[in-house]
Design a protein around this ligand. Structure first.
Ligand code: ZN
Length: 217
């Protein structure tokens, strides 16, 4: 398909993950299929029906993310241990409320209170996940009751900010999920600056996240 744009600049979307534990550190897992997102390498879409590259317009393959956090909360019914903003690039198919992308890597993660497991998390309770081709060790459920330690290790493993929000609003992830739009915009806008150590870009990002979670992090 030539009508799928190939984006040089990433767009930002919102999605959820489950969390698996390995000897080498915690891993993000797609909540609907037990597939790992590799640390410090772009996640690359694959297609069981053979799209090359994935995604293609008529298929349903690709790495999914939604455009708005309130919609993600509604449609995922709040399931998933981790919610976050991810960069999407390469071939990106835009839908009414989100995207399917060829490449993705998280920009910012929130480790949610326990008790919001997705499908993969429930699988992990029964058996370890096998390595699925990234050379990663078998994974089991993250069992720690306190999120602070898994959050620290998640941050170290993936090299991205990990925030543990306080509280658990009934109707969203945060007191006002609509403020996530500013976080997503800044996550992409300031990406190059943050990588180069630009303090202003870091401060703008921190301010947007602080507005969303309601405190300094
Ligand atoms: Zn496909």
């Amino acid at each position: 398909m030539t009508s799928v744009p190939d984006l040089a600049e990433p767009v930002a979307g919102w999605r959820v993950w489950d969390l698996a534990e390995t000897r080498e550190g915690p891993l993000l897992v797609s909540p609907l299929r037990p597939v790992f997102w590799p640390p410090r390498r772009p996640m690359t879409a694959t297609c069981s029906r053979g799209c090359a590259p994935s995604p293609s317009l008529p298929c349903r393959c690709g790495l999914y993310a939604m455009d708005e956090l309130p919609r993600l909360h509604r449609e995922s019914r709040g399931q998933g241990r981790v919610v976050g903003c991810t960069a999407l690039w390469g071939r990106v198919v835009e839908h009414a409320h989100g995207f399917r992308a060829q490449f993705a890597y998280p920009l910012l993660l929130f480790l949610l209170p326990a008790g919001r497991p997705g499908v993969s998390q429930r699988l992990l309770r029964r058996r370890p996940l096998p390595d699925v081709g990234y050379g990663l060790p078998a994974a089991t459920e993250v069992s720690s009751a306190s999120p602070a330690e898994p959050a620290r290790r998640l941050k170290q493993h993936y090299g991205v900010p990990v925030v543990v929000p306080s509280g658990s609003p009934a109707d969203g992830y945060f007191p006002d999920d609509r403020l996530a739009g500013a976080v997503a915009a800044e996550a992409v806008r300031g990406l190059a600056g943050r990588r180069e150590g630009d303090h202003t870009a870091h401060a703008r990002f921190a301010d947007a996240v602080e507005d969303l979670v309601g405190r300094r992090w």
